[in-house]
Design a protein around this ligand. Structure first.
Ligand SMILES: NC(=O)c1ccc[n+]([C@@H]2O[C@H](COP(=O)([O-])OP(=O)(O)OC[C@H]3O[C@@H](n4cnc5c(N)ncnc54)[C@H](OP(=O)(O)O)[C@@H]3O)[C@@H](O)[C@H]2O)c1
Length: 259
């Protein structure tokens, strides 16, 4: 797949992974439209990146997605790549009984239902244009992570949804490629702003972009970037023991013992 002359919609394109891909895709000669909720941040990013087009939209709000869909159909009917990158992640104490159900499950709305809803809005046009859906899951989709219990399950959901969508496209004869991008820890993002950029499992944003572009050029269906390859193996071999180890280390880090 040559990454030039495409029309690419990127959700969550105002920071981190989404913004880095938007800049790279624009530099390679593609038309790029980014979305995010915060209009002020979007305006700032567009002022700094005049090659990009922006549209404020919330992936967890159906009305807002309908507006986005109208905008794309009217202005970019040749849309052929969708990158579902919008996402949030919180460390959650499941024993905190002050958390409302909405607070507890916000990641389900954005990461999982958001990915499904945005894809559904553009599936017909993407298929008609022989397009590609790229869903961003996470290395944490391979194992249960005790510190991010809801995030963790949303990314496992994105993984299974992506596999099922790919199989349906083949079964029903749609010319639609489905790619799962599985990043490891990428500390140069808002989502992981507190994380250590020198951690051995961290991947530089520029390396994530390069490894993804290589994967896309080789028509990979799943791109396990950097340490996500190890996490993939850990989820397949001795997964119960690896889950205990990963969760213990995450829980110590996010909820350090008080005494
Ligand atoms: N960073 C990592 O280590 C890492 C590792 C594995 C996977 N990932 C995944 O990579 C993706 C990008 O994350 P990132 O690290 O680049 O995070 P980030 O820097 O926090 O960027 C998240 C982007 O998503 C947007 N967003 C959040 N909620 C949204 C919503 N409801 N509707 C529309 N846009 C929304 C944000 O803008 P607004 O807040 O203005 O909406 C922002 O543009 C996520 O799916 C994340 O789970 C990240």
């Amino acid at each position: 797949m040559e990454l030039k002359n495409h029309t690419i919609l990127i959700t969550g394109g105002t920071s981190g992974i989404g913004l880095a891909f938007a800049q790279k895709f624009a530099e390679l000669g593609n038309r790029v439209i980014i979305t995010a909720r915060n209009q002020e941040k979007l305006d700032k990013v567009l002022a700094e990146n005049p090659d990009l087009t922006g549209f404020a939209s919330d992936v967890s709000d159906e009305k807002s997605l309908t507006e986005l869909s109208k905008f794309i159909v009217a202005n970019f009917p040749d849309l052929d790549i969708l990158l579902n990158s919008a996402g949030i992640m919180r460390a959650i104490n499941l024993f905190d009984d002050e958390l409302s159900l909405a607070e507890l499950t916000a990641e389900v709305d954005t990461n999982l239902l958001g990915t499904i809803a945005v894809t559904q809005k553009f599936l017909t046009v993407l298929s008609k244009n022989h397009g590609t859906v790229i869903n961003v899951s996470s290395g944490l989709s391979n194992l249960a992570d005790g510190a991010h219990p809801i995030y963790n399950l949303t990314k496992a959901g994105v993984h299974f949804y992506s596999d099922a969508l790919r199989e349906q496209a083949k079964h029903f004869g749609h010319d639609l490629r489905v790619v799962e991008l599985v990043p490891p820890l990428v500390a140069e993002t808002n989502l992981e702003a507190h994380s250590d950029t020198t951690a051995p499992n961290n991947m530089r944003l520029s390396d994530l972009i390069e490894e993804t572009l290589t994967g896309l050029s080789k028509n990979a269906e799943r791109i396990d970037a950097g340490f996500a390859k190890t996490l993939h193996t850990m989820g397949k071999v001795d997964s119960e023991e690896n889950t205990r180890k990963l969760s213990a280390s995450m829980l110590r880090s996010y909820f350090p013992p008080t005494k």
